[in-house]
Design a protein around this ligand. Structure first.
Ligand SMILES: NC(=O)C1=CN([C@@H]2O[C@H](COP(=O)(O)OP(=O)(O)OC[C@H]3O[C@@H](n4cnc5c(N)ncnc54)[C@H](O)[C@@H]3O)[C@@H](O)[C@H]2O)C=CC1
Ligand SMILES: O=C(O)[C@H]1O[C@H](OP(=O)(O)OP(=O)(O)OC[C@H]2O[C@@H](n3ccc(=O)[nH]c3=O)[C@H](O)[C@@H]2O)[C@H](O)[C@@H](O)[C@@H]1O
Length: 427
């Protein structure tokens, strides 16, 4: 049955959730606190890039609207979806201030049946929200946790065809309501208590990032022993007990979630007196991975002082414009600190970026960034980089030195073109 839904937060998750719920037939009002963002959405502009999102919003305009005003969003809403950001505080714990601000705005909502939290939150948050709802005269309103597992760059597809839908709650009506909102999606629905749903989200991300750090550690051992991590990764992934996903070695994981969620889980553990050794190791391997890349380049060039380095790929992964916690940012900062000049290229990264990017030069074409460069780092696995005319690039570069941080290119071919070619965990 179609419902009326208020979605709080018009970011990557809020917009995808709103568009997909509208696509499933529900009427959705999205509320954000950024006037510029809301105005652009009202004018039919989509402020973030996510494949298929703009098209989905465009074909559901009758069922989708955008507002700055919480009361307008809640006027007829039967469900309030919380999709606001939960960034780290200075202590590394998740900052829940935006979640509390949404919960505060729910008082007096006339038609509300359930509050659903999709934002990633520490275990125990739902229990606290339940208490606050009860104290706000909303004891009749149900509560559910419905964590999100979509990955950026494929969020719309992931939402519509998920591996599973997780619903945490103790109120059967709220659980049924959230399950019914997903009518039309063919996926197992895992129903559990709120704390387990909150932990499922953090544990899923921790499992994925631990796998990447694991293969990056194996890559380091491959470098020391002459083995090839790409062959090893493929062969171990064929074991059905291991599986092939998230075993791609490279300069490490970044993004809006793995870094902050690993830190939040670590602090959650520390706050309960537990020392999360495996998680700490996964984080440490990831931090070292980016520094190892700079070390490798430094050894190849002798010194980075005064060199011109082309940094190709700025976003934390391909098919997104998201720069949050991108490994490229650490590479750019380290290169600048070593005295190098950095010229960068990316097809989707925003033009306006915080430090250290203003100290770099941005080129619209990868070949322009390579012209006269002493070395190139491939930092994001953009498919265009595979197609680049590397023969021409070789001739344009002052010194044809390459660090392929995503193992995108064929070492033998690049060496045959005359490159001093280095990658992650391959001879
Ligand atoms: N980005 C992703 O791929 C995924 C994100 N998540 C989780 O989803 C949550 C949201 O993440 P993103 O969408 O990436 O964040 P985002 O930063 O892109 O979007 C958050 C939006 O919420 C708005 N906002 C802040 N306070 C508000 C309020 N009181 N009322 C209405 N809107 C408000 C902000 O202005 C912003 O537009 C986070 O907890 C994140 O961990 C979970 C799975 C995947
Ligand atoms: O909680 C979240 O926000 C989301 O975090 C990740 O999604 P996302 O960060 O969008 O992107 P991923 O595809 O997971 O990549 C994360 C990082 O790991 C790196 N990565 C990924 C896979 C791999 O094999 N190797 C590797 O280095 C990527 O380059 C990227 O920097 C999870 O995949 C989603 O399930 C989750 O919902």
């Amino acid at each position: 049955m179609p419902r009326t839904i208020a979605v709080f937060g018009a970011g990557y998750i809020g917009l995808v959730t709103a568009a997909c719920l509208a696509e499933l037939g529900h009427a959705v009002v999205v509320r954000d606190i950024q006037p510029d963002r809301v105005q652009r959405l009202q004018a039919g502009e989509v402020p973030i890039f996510e494949p298929g999102l703009a098209e989905m919003i465009a074909r559901n305009t009758e069922r989708l609207s955008f507002t700055l005003d919480a009361a307008t969003a809640l006027a007829a809403a039967e469900v309030a979806y919380v999709c606001v950001d939960t960034p780290p505080t200075v202590s590394g714990d998740a900052d829940l201030s935006r979640v509390w601000s949404v919960v505060d705005s729910l008082r007096g909502a006339p038609a509300l049946l359930a509050v659903v939290v999709k934002s990633t939150v520490p275990v125990g948050t739902g229990k606290r929200i339940r208490t606050v709802l009860n104290e706000s005269g909303l004891e009749h309103v149900g509560y559910a946790s419905n964590p999100e597992f979509t990955a950026e760059g494929r969020a719309v597809a992931d939402f519509m065809t998920p591996d599973r839908i997780v619903i945490g709650g103790s109120d059967q009506d709220a659980i049924r309501l959230v399950a019914d909102l997903h009518h039309g999606i063919n996926a197992p629905i895992e129903i559990m208590d709120v704390a387990s749903a909150e932990m499922t989200k953090l544990a899923a991300n921790a499992a994925l990032m631990t796998r990447i750090s694991f293969i990056n550690e194996i890559a380091a051992l491959c470098e020391l022993t002459g083995a090839d991590v790409e062959l090893v990764s493929k062969a171990i992934g064929l074991d059905h007990r291991i599986g092939s996903h998230f075993l791609q070695a490279g300069i490490g994981w970044g993004g809006s979630c793995f870094p902050k969620d690993s830190e939040a889980l670590k602090q959650l553990a520390s706050n309960t007196g537990y020392h999360p050794q495996l998680l700490n190791a996964a984080i440490e391997v990831n931090n070292l991975q980016k520094r190892r890349a700079i070390q490798t380049l430094k050894q190849a060039l002798g010194s980075l002082e005064g060199t011109e380095i082309a940094l190709l790929g700025m976003t934390f992964k391909p098919s997104t414009d998201d720069m949050r916690e991108s490994p490229s940012t650490v590479l750019a900062a380290r290169l600048l600190a070593e005295g190098a000049r950095v010229r960068c290229w990316d097809p989707l990264a925003p033009q306006e970026l915080p430090e250290p990017w203003s100290q770099t030069t941005r080129h619209p074409r990868a070949l322009d960034a390579l012209d006269g460069a002493d070395a190139v780092i491939l930092a994001t696995a953009w498919p265009e980089l595979r197609e680049l005319p590397w023969h021409d690039a070789h001739d344009l570069m002052r010194r044809p030195v390459m660090f392929d941080g995503r193992n995108l290119l064929d070492p033998a071919k690049m060496r045959a073109l005359g490159f001093t070619y280095m990658s992650v965990g391959r001879p």
